[in-house]
Ligand binder design. Structure first.
Ligand code: SF4
Ligand code: FE
Length: 480
């Protein structure tokens, strides 16, 4: 699809959406949603441009046709690397979360897990999943990958909760499909998606087998309600001015998705009770999304470094040795994230279905660094920007006939640059480190694709400490 066809296709969906306490019919043009739509639409726009064709397009192993890479099953380590590079470019172009990666990561995880599940259990999910994905590829859809359940009392398993709906579960099995109930939180790009793929949120035991469910539903299926989450300073998007919002064109959004007795026909069900494979699905989806952050967050980091460097120039501090050193530190941290994203891709291996999986240990290292480095990059950027970052008067004050000229005079930096440009850059940096952009660049870096402890658990499990102790003992002359 072209960008315009994508936007038109979303208009055709009939959804139940709530924003700031009100039911919204025209989601596409809502000022809190439109920037996020623009960001997701960039995944279509760049795919049409010849200079990005190698990154944005791929040849489908299912149909042999040219498809958008966001719907592709990775067929090589080169595909895994191209994915990270594509995400960095999109982060650079939008300065925010462009949302479409969660679906891509869900496809790739489900492809290998359904294949291995069928082999072990004699189920028939893999062909069904591939038929579904073929349709997604041909129609060039955006699919939300929905994993995180509300989880209620964290001490209790899903079936032990006082309210059984705190994890998504199967409430009824029928001859033609299943009925599901529950909710998913933090759903990135929910309102810009045509479809939702639901997955379990954790590994599950036999008593929780009704919670081991994975399936695809249209975003406007009966019983679905979406409630949009707030972001810091989000209402600046509702203001008439252009400058104070910081990133005028782009942004992200997350929503609560409620599944109120939603019917799912069998041809859209990819797991229904096979609890032993829920952990594998979670681990692989999370692994792919941890790799993703080595691309997208690095791209946004490029924008932030550019903003800090520009402000230093506008203020005349760019030649100061400590400022140069801070910029170098930001570059070092940002490129380390990228290096990890590339490394876990190059070290990827084929799974039984032929789809390539990243190196899980290195993908978890990537994400654990992402939980820290963006905060340090943001701190250094704020250091360079100075206190005006949080004391700058409104764009409306600059337009005021009494005080506008006064602000122009007193907020001028180096004479070669306009006060307006200095203010614009301060607002962009504010957006990325304190405003709506910080929701994606900072807090999402911490908790998205799993909070830091989830990565630490994986590192402890995958690091093979026994081999390391054996290596040390041999050199130290200690026998087994
Ligand atoms: Fe993609 Fe990054 Fe947004 Fe996740 S946070 S959907 S990887 S842009
Ligand atoms: Fe995310």
């Amino acid at each position: 699809m072209t960008k315009d066809e994508y936007i038109a296709s979303l208009r055709a969906l009939k959804r139940r959406v709530f924003i700031l306490g009100e039911r919204v019919e025209n989601v596409v043009d809502h000022p809190l949603i439109r920037p996020s739509l623009n960001a997701c639409a960039m995944t279509y726009e760049l795919a049409q441009q010849p200079e990005y064709a190698d990154l944005m397009r791929a040849t489908s192993n299912l149909t042999g046709q040219t498809i958008n890479r966001f719907t592709h099953l990775h067929q090589s380590t080169a595909d895994l690397v191209a994915k990270v590079k594509m995400q960095r470019v999109l982060g650079q172009k939008t300065g925010c979360c462009f949302q479409r990666c969660v679906g891509m990561d869900a496809f790739n995880a489900l492809d290998s897990v359904t294949c291995e599940m069928d082999r072990a259990l004699g189920t028939k999910y893999h062909a069904r999943f591939r038929a579904y994905l073929r349709d997604v590829q041909m129609r060039d859809l955006v699919v939300d990958g929905a994993m995180t359940d509300p989880k209620g009392d964290r001490r209790l398993s899903p079936s032990q909760q006082a309210d059984p709906d705190l994890f998504v579960h199967i409430v009824e099995r029928k001859s033609d499909g299943i009925v599901v109930r529950g909710a998913k939180l933090h759903q990135t790009g929910a309102l810009n998606s045509h479809e939702i793929i639901v997955m379990p949120t954790q590994s599950l035991a036999e008593p929780d087998k009704d919670y081991a469910a994975s399936f695809a539903i249209p975003a406007d299926a009966p019983g679905i309600v979406m409630i949009v989450g707030r972001q810091p300073a989000d209402t600046r998007k509702l203001e008439s001015g252009q400058r104070d919002v910081g990133n005028r064109e782009f942004g992200g959004h997350e929503a609560v998705i409620v599944l109120d007795n939603v019917f799912v026909p069998w041809d859209r069900v990819f797991m229904a009770g096979e609890h032993a494979f829920s952990g594998m699905l979670v681990e692989r989806f999370a692994g792919y999304h941890r790799q993703s952050y080595g691309g997208c967050k690095t791209g946004v980091g490029d924008v932030l470094i550019g903003a800090a460097q520009s402000l230093a120039q506008y203020q005349g501090t760019d030649k100061a040795s400590h400022v140069k050193d801070k910029i170098v530190e930001m570059i070092h941290l940002n490129e380390t994230l990228y290096a990890c994203g590339i490394a876990c891709s190059i070290e990827g291996k084929p799974t039984a279905s032929g789809t390539y999986l990243i190196d899980l240990l290195l993908a978890n290292v990537t994400k654990l660094n992402v939980t820290r480095f963006p905060y340090e990059i943001a701190r250094l950027a704020q250091d360079i920007a100075g206190g005006l970052l949080v004391t700058l008067p409104s764009e409306k004050d600059f337009a005021n006939s009494e005080v506008g000229a006064v602000l122009e005079k007193y907020l001028r930096g180096v004479a070669d640059y306009t006060t307006a440009d200095r203010c614009r850059m301060l607002r962009l940096l504010e957006n990325l480190t304190l405003g709506p952009g910080a929701a994606a660049y900072l807090t999402e870096s911490l908790h998205g694709a799993g909070s830091p402890q989830a990565q630490r658990i994986m590192l402890a499990r995958l690091a093979d400490l026994e081999t390391k102790t054996r290596l040390a003992k041999r050199l130290a002359g200690i026998g087994d």
